[in-house]
Write a protein that binds this ligand. Sequence first.
Ligand SMILES: Nc1ncnc2c1ncn2[C@@H]1O[C@H](COP(=O)(O)OP(=O)(O)OP(=O)(O)O)[C@@H](O)[C@H]1O
Ligand SMILES: O=C(O)C1=C[C@@H](O)[C@@H](O)[C@H](O)C1
Ligand SMILES: [Mg+2]
Length: 166
Amino acid sequence: MSSIVLIGFMGAGKTTVGKELVKKGFELIDTDAYIEACEKMSISDIFAQKGEDYFRQAETKALKTLLVQDKQFVISCGGGMPLSEENRKLLKKLGMVVYLRIQPETVLARLKGDTTRPLLKGDDSGERVRTLMKQREAHYLSGADFVLDVDQKTPGELAEEIFKEF
Ligand SMILES: Nc1ncnc2c1ncn2[C@@H]1O[C@H](COP(=O)(O)OP(=O)(O)OP(=O)(O)O)[C@@H](O)[C@H]1O
Ligand SMILES: O=C(O)C1=C[C@@H](O)[C@@H](O)[C@H](O)C1
Ligand SMILES: [Mg+2]
């Protein structure tokens, strides 16, 4: 059964837009929240205590678990989910993949003071956002069925556009 899958950089609004789609009757799976519940640990603690590789394996495991359930969800992915080819294939199998594209300046404005994203911790977050985004853009594009630019739109407007495409 086909789901809506939201991918994109940290702060693009995958979780927020996912919550808007719940109002249209979808069951929301946020992969970060799902992994935190499975591991009984925050994302920051998983990165600090078990490492990023462990977290990436947990992401792949989460997608495989969702796939065998054969249910319709809106799946809000962690920002790094589409980086591996295996995950990109699993995401496409799960349903319609939407890349929520955001500009670096918008990420920085939205996540200023937010300490829950371990990859953006510390100084130079502006440079880190720009570098990571450049490294990731091709993966987001190749993983997606369509792209929505999020910078000038409300979560409700984005949810409406996604729902129309589905
Ligand atoms: N379209 C929007 N307009 C304005 N603010 C937004 C919009 N979408 C999300 N936000 C805000 O940006 C912040 C980050 O949003 P959110 O947590 O949904 O991002 P995310 O893509 O799930 O990030 P991550 O990959 O880290 O999980 C939140 O404070 C949210 O309220
Ligand atoms: O972009 C990323 O690699 C991440 C994004 C978040 O959603 C979390 O999945 C975690 O902080 C890593
Ligand atoms: Mg999120």
